[in-house]
Design a protein around this ligand. Structure first.
Ligand SMILES: [Mn+2]
Length: 345
């Protein structure tokens, strides 16, 4: 099943080689990804790091606002030590798994001011691509990890075993355990296994149910207990709620308990970070998470985007409290969702 619409491929060079040429044009790189880096973003960053090193360059990594809870478990479980940048980051930047500057948080200016900017990603084209010196972007890929794993193999760069296992977890995570696959997904999986990646270990680290921290479980339960319910298109259930953190996890939890559209607000210094998740049933009706995230961004003046199943919006403070902001979103959303499934946009 394909979840993405065909989008024009932006890769600058059909023969490959482009990434290698650009990475070879400088000897020190900052590697970064989107905020709250998920396993695909973290695995992609580590693979980009390994490729730079394999080509003889130096690199260090920064994850704006840290990595997600699942990524933390993977890094700790695999004993991977990330080489973080100390002091001023290098002026040349590789950004992975990120389409929009807003997703870069505090690193936005560093990335926008990069001397050389390389973007490797599988999202629909966003603002970041137009600024890049070189972009390897393939929206038909299920993950960014698979693009970089195949690049590493093409270049003959050695991938350490633990990072190959992390890569398998990255692909498992973004492909929803192979519900969503692209043309290179299985080739990349085989490649990572050839490098010594341990598939069952990756699966085990990702699926540990006891791996949820106490605070993540509390956030999920609070999200459910505070949910405002709406309904559209007869049977599409919409849940809008708020949490202090773990908004993505909370949105997934809402789908698990029966919502078709889950929208979770969390307060941040600069406004509300909104995580959107959509069930496969709703996706089949044309209701996609990126449409909802974009709608919220347009209505309230922010930025938003994502995939069919998962999206993210960054909104300004639209109400005096997060309770009222949640109420506002809960009131407007059913009408919008209803228009989508009756054939509107
Ligand atoms: Mn991804």
């Amino acid at each position: 099943m394909w979840r993405r619409l065909p989008v024009k491929r932006l890769e600058s060079s059909s023969e490959g080689l482009g990434l290698e040429r650009y990475l070879g044009s400088a000897d020190n790189w900052l590697v970064t990804a989107h905020k709250n880096a998920d396993p695909d973003a973290v695995a992609s960053a580590l693979l980009a790091y390994v490729i730079v090193r394999g080509l003889g360059g130096r690199a260090c990594i920064l994850f704006p606002e840290g990595v997600s809870a699942a990524s933390k478990r993977l890094l700790a479980g695999l004993g991977i030590e990330v080489e973080y940048c100390t002091g001023d980051p290098p002026a040349n930047v590789v950004v992975v798994d990120t389409a929009n500057p807003a997703q870069l948080g505090g690193l936005r200016e560093v990335v926008e001011g990069a001397s050389i900017l390389i973007v490797v990603d599988h999202h629909r084209p966003g603002d970041l691509y137009s600024r890049a010196s070189y972009s390897l972007v393939d929206p038909s890929a299920a993950s960014t990890t698979e693009l970089l794993a195949l690049e590493a193999r093409r270049m003959g760069v050695e991938i350490p075993q633990s990072i190959a296992t992390l890569g398998l977890a990255g692909i498992l995570y973004d492909s929803k355990r192979f519900l969503l696959v692209g043309p290179g997904t299985f080739r990349a999986v085989q490649t990572l296994i050839d490098y010594g990646g341990d598939y069952s270990r990756a699966l085990q680290l990702l699926t540990q149910t006891g791996g949820l921290t106490l605070s993540e479980r509390i956030a999920r339960l609070k999200a459910v207990s505070r949910a405002r319910l709406g309904r559209a298109c007869k049977e599409v259930l919409i849940a809008v709620t708020h949490v202090g953190s773990y908004e993505s996890s909370a949105a997934r939890a809402l789908l698990e308990v029966g919502a078709d559209v889950a929208v979770v607000l969390a307060e941040r210094r600069e406004g509300y970070r909104v995580s959107v998740r959509v069930s496969r049933g709703a996706e089949a009706l044309g209701i996609t998470a990126d449409k909802i995230a974009l709608y919220l961004a347009e209505k309230y003046g922010g930025e938003g985007g994502g995939h069919s199943g998962a999206g993210m919006a960054q909104l300004p403070f639209i109400a005096p409290s997060i309770e009222e902001a949640t109420d506002m979103v809960a009131k407007t959303l059913p009408g919008r969702v209803g228009r989508i499934c009756t054939g509107g946009k």
